[in-house]
Design a protein around this ligand. Structure first.
Ligand code: FAD
Length: 429
């Protein structure tokens, strides 16, 4: 049976940096093994940032993250910050650039650059890799002596189970190790490997799992009007209210799909929608004219009617909204295609303007994990030491990345969390 000091389960962003960090900080790379079930490492990295890998953000603050306990991020980013991330990637030879909203990318604009140079570093250290090998079980055992690696002194703590050694059973073999770093990701994009097995390993070892839900995900709507808008994009303002109070407001591009809505503003707001979905008091509104008030829009319609009396109302919208959207919205409002502006009273125009500015959408559900960029929920952070990433339940077990109950908005925040926690787990395991 092959024996290692540290086995890293999952060769994604957090697992790869954990391996490099461990090797850089004195662990003998011969004693480190990364096990990945895909045929290649880091598959998800290659699709991040639309293939450009938005690997961090210059403005990492706690309010960009969700989870039951986001205060732990002070310890995590205190130990490995976005500046450390930039330094790390520069140290492996990647030149970075900062774009709008502080988003940091490799200067090549290619996510594969990030993966290639991480893999070069792994190869440079000669860290052991097993791919196309799925971990099926991790079992705490008590046979450390056979590994020949000295035990760390264990502090007396009755809450902790004092296992001293691990048996890792994969689809091909069984391995032993002293430490485990579990970096199997959440449940998002299972087609790229992260299908939630790691959460089950943690649950079996006594960890509390905050229910995983899709986040940064498109939204399905009820009704049948949006189907006709598939592919249409429009600059709007999206507002989320609960009990008539605004809880989020985002301006930006909205993309209609056959099932509902997508696009960056929807993805970011989806996290709050995921949280509040069973509550009927949560409502979402689209403002199709974010730079207008109801009065200003009404006046605009009136002046269009005066300037072009021969034009229909529908026609007068063509210059300000995508054409397909004009047809669908007017049909929903009951304004027929032949209606002229002068045939509508000021009160009716005002009511139309009001609807276009406060367009209520009936949310059905979020799209499934297969379409969600990250997973909300995961291993509860109150059972993880956020200074070391070690389990507070089982000694010798470390966690990093999306498997944990922390998720961020879009903009490089999720990868930053994966880099920080992976680096710390590698350093301190
Ligand atoms: C389309 C898309 C775009 C994104 N873009 C960005 C972006 O631009 N910026 C950003 O910050 N974040 C982005 N994210 C989120 C970010 O990619 C993830 O948060 C991050 O990659 C999580 O890293 P991880 O190492 O924790 O998990 P993962 O990258 O999911 O890696 C987990 C690995 O574990 C392996 N594994 C799982 N179970 C087992 C098992 N039983 N045995 C062996 N191996 C196993 C998986 O195959 C996988 O390779 C994006 C996500 C998606 C899906």
């Amino acid at each position: 049976m092959e024996q290692y000091e540290t086995i890293i389960i999952g060769g994604g962003a957090s697992g790869l940096i954990a391996g490099i960090s461990a090797a850089r900080h004195g662990k003998n790379p011969k004693n480190i093994l990364i096990i990945e079930k895909n045929p290649t490492l880091g598959r998800k990295i290659t699709v991040t940032g639309n293939g450009r890998c938005n690997l961090t953000n210059t403005n990492i603050t706690l309010d960009k993250y969700y989870g039951e306990n986001t205060k732990c991020l002070n310890n995590i980013f205190g130990r490995f910050s976005h500046k450390d991330t930039v330094e790390f990637f520069e140290s492996i030879g990647i030149i970075l650039k900062t774009e709008d909203k502080g988003r940091v990318f490799p200067i090549t604009n290619q996510a594969i650059t990030v993966l290639d140079l991480l893999l070069e570093e792994i190869t440079h250290f000669k860290i052991n890799i097993k791919t196309t090998e799925r971990v099926n079980e991790i079992i705490p055992t008590n046979q450390t002596d056979q590994i020949g690696i000295p035990n760390r002194p264990l502090e007396a703590d009755s809450r902790v189970s004092y296992q001293k050694d691990w048996k890792v059973i994969t689809s091909k073999d069984t391995y032993r190790s002293k430490y485990i770093i579990l970096t199997t990701g959440g449940k998002s994009y299972p087609q790229l490997g992260s299908s939630g097995e790691g959460l089950e390993f943690a649950r079996k070892l006594g960890h509390r799992i905050v229910e995983p839900k899709p986040a940064l995900v498109p939204i399905e709507l009820s009704g049948n009007w949006f189907h006709k808008l598939q592919g249409v994009k429009s600059d709007v303002e999206l507002t989320l209210t609960s009990k008539n109070k605004v809880i989020a407001m985002e301006k930006g591009e909205l993309l209609f799909t056959h099932y509902g809505i997508s696009g960056p503003i929807v993805m970011d707001m989806s996290r709050l929608i995921t949280d509040s979905l069973p509550k009927p008091e949560t409502k979402v509104f689209i403002n199709f004219f974010p730079d207008f008030t109801v009065d200003k829009l009404t006046q605009f319609f009136i002046s269009r009617g005066q300037a072009y009396p021969q034009k229909t109302f529908l026609n007068s919208l063509f210059g300000v909204l995508p054409k397909k959207l004009c047809y669908v919205l007017m049909r929903e409002l009951g304004v027929t295609e032949d209606k002229h502006i002068h045939q509508l009273s000021k009160k009716e125009l005002c009511a139309i303007a009001d609807r276009l500015i406060h367009w209520y959408i009936d949310i059905k559900q979020t799209r499934p994990f297969a379409e969600s960029m990250v997973t909300a929920g995961g291993i509860a952070m109150d059972e993880v030491n956020s200074r070391t990433m070690e389990s507070l339940k089982v000694k010798g077990l470390y966690f990093a990345g999306e498997i944990l109950d922390i998720d961020g908005v879009s903009g490089g925040y999720n990868l930053q969390f994966a880099w920080s926690t992976g680096y710390i787990a590698g350093l301190l395991s």
